[in-house]
Design a protein around this ligand. Structure first.
Ligand SMILES: NC(=O)C1=CN([C@@H]2O[C@H](COP(=O)(O)OP(=O)(O)OC[C@H]3O[C@@H](n4cnc5c(N)ncnc54)[C@H](OP(=O)(O)O)[C@@H]3O)[C@@H](O)[C@H]2O)C=CC1
Ligand SMILES: O=C(CO)COP(=O)(O)O
Length: 335
């Protein structure tokens, strides 16, 4: 199978390495010098050091010509940029006749509205005819690149896209489960990043394991409420890989960049210092305000996400954000 991966950050590179063991993969970096460096070294020193690219992976950049033409020459196109690059990519691919899947997890930063959009909503705006979906679920790039056992979910309203993702990535160390609930899988991937900032904060303040378990559990309830009411996703999706699975991984795993943002804020770093020190994108920082704004417009309470926004915007210090959550009125567990 011929697979095009657009974006040579940590995650695009890891999936290119994984699929490159069995397929022909073209890994596209927007910067020609970076593509040349990865090709020469056989390694993405900047974003995924220590992981060798197999012979099945070739490098490309803008010099390879327009994206639409490049995409047509592959059987599956994978967009591996952050959310910030998804609209531009889907616009370039809008007439593509090949299945397309994005990997990014989050809401687009707000531009023309007071809130941002999920990937499938961007697709509806700029590429409504595109057969597309998302590959998501609990997966740190370093572990996938090193063939550590991982399970992902391929979500799309198109069976062609789901089948192409399974054919491309299902293998000895990577299981791909199919799911038709694209909105639900996207909400799970976006909201867990915001909640991971909260658990990083909680652990950075040494609040204990009880507090972390409470945040994960109540966070899952917030995630389910946002989706259920608003986007018509299936509740069962949130018990799956992109809901509970990715929340547990990102909220507790120290490889998470979003969790690290919370840990660094708890240590007294500013948001800018925390973001700069990562060297990678932490989507929760850019999605948190949209999560709260969309929930507010729908009359849904998301207190943990709201505390994260107050923290990111500097309205609450770390300890005060925790106090605000603990000081809420008593409530029924299910309402
Ligand atoms: N890393 C992981 O373990 C996982 C990440 N994800 C998701 O995948 C997405 C990408 O993450 P990851 O690869 O880790 O990110 P990284 O920060 O490691 O790399 C980002 C990559 O995207 C490129 N890029 C940055 N901004 C833009 C833009 N506006 N337009 C086009 N390209 C851009 C960068 O190129 P340049 O070098 O030229 O700036 C770089 O190649 C995120 O949404 C993340 O949430 C999902 C699952 C796992
Ligand atoms: O999505 C991820 C794991 O599934 C990666 O999380 P971070 O972006 O927080 O590192």
């Amino acid at each position: 199978m011929d697979i095009l991966v657009l974006g040579a950050g940590a995650w695009g590179t890891a999936l290119a390495i994984s699929a490159g063991a069995r397929h022909r993969v073209t890994l596209w970096a927007r910067d020609a010098a970076q593509a040349a460096d990865i090709a020469a070294r056989g390694e993405n020193l900047h974003y995924l050091p220590g992981c060798r690219l197999p012979a099945g992976v070739a490098l490309a950049s803008r010099e390879a010509g327009d994206l639409a033409g490049l995409a047509q020459r592959h059987e599956l196109v994978v967009v591996a940029t952050p959310m910030a690059g998804l609209r531009e990519m889907l616009t370039a691919l809008r007439d593509c006749e090949r299945p397309v899947a994005w990997l990014c997890k989050g809401f687009e930063a707000p531009a023309t509205r007071p809130y941002g959009l999920l990937g499938h909503e961007i697709r509806a705006e700029v590429a409504p005819r595109l057969a597309a979906g998302v590959l998501s679920g609990p997966s740190f790039a370093q572990e996938v690149a090193n063939a550590r056992p991982t399970a992902l979910v391929a979500a799309s309203d198109s069976a062609v896209v789901r089948d192409a993702l399974v054919a491309a990535f299902h293998g000895p160390s990577l299981r791909i489960y199919a799911n038709e609930d694209l909105p639900g899988v996207e909400v799970g991937g976006a909201v867990k990043n915001v909640l991971a900032i909260a658990t990083g904060l909680c652990d950075g303040l040494a609040l204990g394991l009880n507090a972390r378990a409470a945040l994960v559990t109540r966070g899952l309830a917030e995630m389910t409420r946002l989706l259920g009411v608003a986007l018509g996703a299936r509740a069962e999706t949130f018990m799956g890989l992109s809901g509970l699975g990715d929340l547990v991984l990102t909220a507790t795993g120290d490889l998470s960049r979003n969790r690290r943002v919370g840990l660094l804020l708890a240590q007294g770093h500013t948001l800018q210092q925390a973001v700069d020190s990562l060297g990678h994108v932490a989507e929760g920082v850019y999605s948190a305000r949209t999560v709260v704004e969309r929930a507010r417009r729908l009359g849904i309470e998301m207190p943990i996400a709201a505390a994260v926004v107050d923290l990111l915007d500097g309205r609450l210090a770390p300890a005060a954000a925790v106090a605000a959550l603990m000081g809420r009125d008593p409530a029924a567990e299910y309402s």
